[in-house]
Design a protein around this ligand. Structure first.
Ligand SMILES: [Zn+2]
Length: 257
């Protein structure tokens, strides 16, 4: 393998890790915001439940007053009915008494409904309080976990940046420019490994004489894929396997976090 290509392979590996870390680090604020939103929603739910309970208590007081007022009216009519002289006036008062008693019964029904509903509102407030506690505890655990992962990613980022500088320093500047131009066009991947005599990334066959040269340790030429234009390299199967293993580990880590 061309010695510069070897450094480019290292550069590409570190660039891919850096891209993954960048995406990971960008994702943390979003996850924190989602966690905060869950806490805010639970707080909102508790506030709404408390408000409903308060309204129900107010209604209850109002209906209690209604019951008292209609009872008072019925009492007044009854007192008056002892003093009236005419039969007609007496009958009219009996009617009023009957009516007021009916209103007492209705107000008592409404009051009973309120009392039953009030118990339900109290249950809802307690449930919302418990839910908020749970959500807050979960959010705290999540925030701590994110902070730990964030710190680890930051450390890794600094390490990879230093490694990138090392890899960069080993490659001539114009080749780095060339690498970066191709990388920009191809989603950050400027190099393609040759496997089974084909470009691994686009699947197109590499010419036999190019493949022969790529396999030689003293090869000092740089070859490009004729189809996708990426820089080609050939790694001996053992080295390629180790590389694939490392790549699988990185993707496992990123999907886990
Ligand atoms: Zn290709």
């Amino acid at each position: 393998m061309h010695p510069n290509i070897k450094h480019l392979v290292e550069l590409q590996a570190v660039d891919l890790r850096l891209a993954e870390l960048g995406a990971l680090l960008q994702n943390f604020p979003k996850r924190l915001a989602e966690s905060d939103a869950r806490v805010a929603a639970a707080r909102q739910q508790l506030a709404a439940a408390k408000e409903a309970l308060l309204a129900s208590i107010k209604d209850r007081k109002k209906y209690e007053l209604d019951v008292e007022q209609w009872k008072e009216k019925a009492r007044k009519y009854r007192d008056q009915s002892f003093e009236v002289k005419s039969n007609e006036a007496y009958k009219a008062l009996q009617n009023e008494i009957h009516n007021a008693e009916a209103e007492v019964a209705k107000a008592e029904d409404r009051l009973l409904d309120r009392m039953v509903a009030g118990e339900e509102y109290e249950r809802q407030v307690k449930a919302a309080e418990r839910a908020l506690q749970e959500v807050e505890a979960a959010a705290q655990v999540e925030r701590q976990a994110i902070a730990v992962k964030q710190a680890a990613a930051q450390t890794e980022l600094e390490k990879d940046r230093a490694e990138r500088q090392q890899a960069l320093a080993a490659v001539p500047e114009e080749l780095v420019d060339h690498y970066q131009r191709i990388a920009r066009r191809h989603g950050g991947i400027a190099l393609s490994e040759v496997r089974d005599e084909t470009c691994k990334l686009c699947g197109v066959r590499v010419r036999p004489h190019v493949f022969q040269k790529l396999r030689r340790d003293d090869c000092h030429e740089i070859f490009h894929c004729e189809t996708c234009t990426r820089i080609l390299y050939y790694a001996e199967p053992a080295a390629a396997q180790a590389g694939a293993g490392a790549a699988a580990n990185t993707s496992a880590q990123s999907s886990e976090s």
